[in-house]
Design a protein around this ligand. Sequence first.
Ligand SMILES: [Zn+2]
Length: 176
Amino acid sequence: MQAPPFSNKINLWQLAEKRGRLDGELALAALPRLGALNRAEGAVEIALATGVDERGVRFIRGQLKAQVELVCQRCLGPLPLRLAVPVSLGLIRAEAEAAGLPEAYDPLLVADEGARVADWVEDELLLALPQIPRHEDRRDCEANGYRAPGDEASRAERRRPFAGLASLLSDSKRSA
Ligand SMILES: [Zn+2]
């Protein structure tokens, strides 16, 4: 079965009735909101099943995979991240229906005529990003020229307003 184009509206209600799948790739370039944070090219791998569960809930389940590159908020260097995002969505037609969904599902509001897969796939990816992206290993930041300030908890650490000045000072000391 040919995968539907993810940038078009797809009738997810019908797809779920037919227990159809959403499989394929979606270019990261097609996701402008993610593009504001991500510098990597490439694509999201989409591997999702749809169906109707025993309680009559239309669902979408599976996984999204993508390799993105964010900006580390400690050293401002590139921060490659491999995302593997589990998806478990229950389709609803109105916000009020969200409360009635089993806990296993996150609600996905879908109009009768369907929804663009790219829109909610982008939402899922955005939700999976760390709130403050940073290299886990501080040595990776140091490799990008980061020098730890005295106070590790300093909120100003990512700004480093004096980094340039500090290097100037040490140069002049060296030459003196
Ligand atoms: Zn870093």
